[in-house]
Design a protein around this ligand. Sequence first.
Ligand code: ASP
Length: 351
Amino acid sequence: MAKKISRRSFFNRSLGLSAGALLTGRKGLSLTAGPGRIPLIVTSHTNDTGKKAMEAGWKVLLDGGSAVDAIEKAANIIEVDPEDTSVGYGGFPNEEGVVQLDASIMDGKTYNAGAVACLENIKTPSSVARIVMERTDHVLLVGQDALRFAVKWGFKEENLLTEKTRIAWLRRKEMMSDTDDWGPPDHLKDLEKKDAGNVPEVPPHGTTNVLAIDGDGNIAGITTTSGLGNKISGRVGDSPIIGAGLYVDNEVGAAGATGRGEDVIKSCASYYIVLRMKDGRSPEDACLDAMRMIIDRYKKINPNFFPSEKFVAINRKGEVGCAYMKGRTPRMSIRHSGGYSIHTGTVAFPD
Ligand code: ASP
């Protein structure tokens, strides 16, 4: 049975940490990220579903549940949202029109981790990843074997394609090239052109990271995604790769990534962020350090290179931070004893 923690002791603990954090006066602590508080749950999602997920995860923490329980509860809410085209059910399919999901989970107390990649037909890949972590001696299961494993554990097979993503996928296929046999045929071309604006040039992609610290100071994280829309069938992104899309260490904190997975894998970005926090950097500064590291490497090879990652991180004091490459505002949802809020992070390279 999870032990229940009273609201008062949460509040006291939060206040104690806030005061301590403010006294240290470290850069990045008070102005952008706010004073640290534990327990705490955060996600890179800032829409209504992200908020619902935070409230549900927070309830788990408030009832004395573990960080692992809280992040799973929160991630599942985002995964089953049919309107979200970047995570779980309703995620944008690969080039064959098949939704293939990637997810990982890590427990900072034990350093145990579990992950699934290219998982089809299961709405909640992060829960399958949790079973890999807790009920096997492996870390990563892939494809049809991951599906077989999930079914053995009682997960229901379901079609993950919604009407919205099926139609968007077909329209994209039709509009991609004039030199294949997909439509629109000549007599419909003019008619269809006016709709073409609805077909995104870059197929949709996205991910969610959920990170939490429970009342015992244990830290855990999940990263879950449908990956890059229109990806080659079988492509695995950073989300299920421990150290790339997610890393958690109870002694330090946790970090997660969204954005183009190939860049994140090649830079082991989440592990790097946790190492930077270990060296005393605030979560936000550590996210910026990872941006700088990626840019410095790849710009040498290609001056026009500009990756599009967003990183989120928390440290063991309950401080938070996030950073985005450029173009979009880096935001993350936070829930702690002070309520729900959205933290706006730093744009790494505004120009
Ligand atoms: N990181 C994800 C992937 O590469 C996609 C995203 O977050 O946009 O699979």
